[in-house]
Design a protein around this ligand. Structure first.
Ligand code: R5P
Length: 262
């Protein structure tokens, strides 16, 4: 990996811990105004000081994040579908020059293995990795899961491995049973999405199990910004990811910080 790419990876993944807490707020690119993200700046301003990286689209970064902010940007560059249609036919929406203008630290797209859009999204991953290599910008593949697809080690392992084979520098997937099998077969930093909002205690436990199984951390959205106390939650997630707190300790931290304007 050449210097620029390594530097960008190190800006996102803390080189001291080898771990990352990425805050995902890109949901609007196909879901529109998601609960918690209707007024994006209001939600993310208090969270940004605690995020190692922010996953966002170009429209929202330009309109809702002050350029004086130093948080590294993982720019979502795929889309073209909505919750009203067939999600898997995503294309590339943002070219490399615009990603560079935004000073993106990484670029990301979804791949839909096993869905109607499998081939186009995998070929787009290949194209993006070629462009990333040209400019020294790492690519994160998101292993999207269609409505019918199982979230198990076999499927997520398949999708994650294909992503690495095609050149992805980082993979975002979901936590599942036997997650260490997914991690072992995909030799790049793996982060887990949080998925739908669940109880804070359960989300912290899921993050803990993922890092114990070898994940580099999380790329978490709804379980942070839809939490009853998002700042307390992101701090507790950091405790798990960077300080190896166990789920009980992290939940205690969340309870202690909750409601105190943490
Ligand atoms: C998925 O569509 C988006 O890329 C989100 O970034 C991703 O699902 C992570 O967010 P959450 O933790 O809410 O699942």
């Amino acid at each position: 990996m050449e210097w620029g790419m390594r530097n960008r990876m190190n800006r996102m993944i803390n080189p001291e811990t080898g771990r990352i807490v990425m805050l995902a707020v890109d949901h609007g690119y196909f879901q529109g105004p998601t609960t918690g993200l209707r007024e994006l700046s209001k939600t993310i301003d208090p969270l940004l000081p605690h995020a190692d990286t922010l996953m966002i689209t170009r429209g929202m970064v330009r309109n809702c994040v002050d350029p004086s902010n130093r948080v590294p940007i993982m720019l979502r560059v795929s889309g073209g579908t909505s919750i009203l249609g067939e999600l898997s036919h995503e294309g590339l929406t943002t070219d490399m020059e615009d990603a560079i203008r935004i000073n993106a630290c990484g670029i990301t797209l979804s791949i839909f293995v096993g869905a109607p859009g499998e081939k186009e999204t995998l070929l787009n991953l290949g194209k993006l990795c070629n462009m990333g290599a040209r400019y020294g910008i790492p690519v994160m593949a998101v292993t999207a899961v269609g409505r019918e697809m199982a979230r198990d080690a076999r499927y997520l392992g398949l999708a994650s491995r294909i992503a690495v084979e095609l050149g992805a520098h980082m993979v975002k997937t979901y936590y599942c049973e036997d997650f260490e099998q997914v991690v072992k077969a995909a030799p790049v930093p793996i982060v887990i999405a949080g998925g739908k909002k669940i109880a804070e205690k359960d989300a912290l436990e899921m993050a803990w199990k993922a890092v114990q199984a070898g994940a580099a951390g999380v790329d978490m959205g709804r379980n942070i910004f839809q939490s009853e106390d998002p700042v307390a939650m992101i701090k507790a997630v950091r405790g798990v990811v960077h300080d190896n707190l166990n789920p009980g300790q992290a939940y205690e931290m969340f309870q202690d910080l909750k409601g105190k304007g943490a």
